[in-house]
Design a binder for this molecule. Sequence first.
Ligand code: SAM
Length: 234
Amino acid sequence: MKPYFQTNTITLYHGDCRDLLPGLTSESVDVLLTDPPYGMAYEAKGRSGAAIRADGSRQGMRVFRQALTAAGPALKADLHAFVYCHWQSWPDFFDATSSHLRVKGALMWWKARGGMGDCAASFAPDYEVILHATGSKRRRLAGKRHGAVLSGYPPVPNAKRTHPTEKPVNLLAYLLERACPDGGLVLDPFAGSGATLVAAQQLGLRAVGVELEERYCEAAAHRLEAGTALARAA
Ligand SMILES: C[S@@+](CC[C@H](N)C(=O)[O-])C[C@H]1O[C@@H](n2cnc3c(N)ncnc32)[C@H](O)[C@@H]1O
């Protein structure tokens, strides 16, 4: 399939990852870093609008399971994987991930600010869970051992988002710096606004992303073009 956007290191496809992932080179991916449809009916309250495709409770989990199966042959044995999930659906994500990979633990992204819900009678949902898993072969993370609570990565402000669940690039870059070897290949099958690809681009890594909705591919391509222009100007 023809890429929607491509540089010498970054490739973005517009399509269904379940169709595209089987075409990736076998045993080529060093890091799977992704934020799949949450497996719950996500309601976007912010400026960026609409619900996310495949985000109905059963449908989201089915898509994630099928994506892992489709990606399987492309994943290296010493892969590290990071999978964002919502607190309501993380047990399902744990089950799906652990049927393909070894789940090593969960990271907690502390967002340092509350969210939606019952403001008077519930605790603020000021965190997100990120499952960390590996392939069958052990590969060290870079640097000293770090804690599992990730703070100092503020969420993208509503007014700046191009996607309702857009993740901060510096948080994704932190994970890639720790888990991806120099020049390694990163895969994000649910690329959204391309935040994972932008993080890989900034670190000089290779990356492949897939996104179902064209408007998000367009947003991702703009961000990646801007990154390419900056690199040329430097
Ligand atoms: C939670 S969002 C990812 C947001 C992204 N992390 C960002 O920072 O912008 C999940 C994305 O997966 C896309 N998606 C859903 N089903 C898909 C599929 N089968 N193949 C590829 N993308 C899919 C949705 O359109 C949505 O943009």
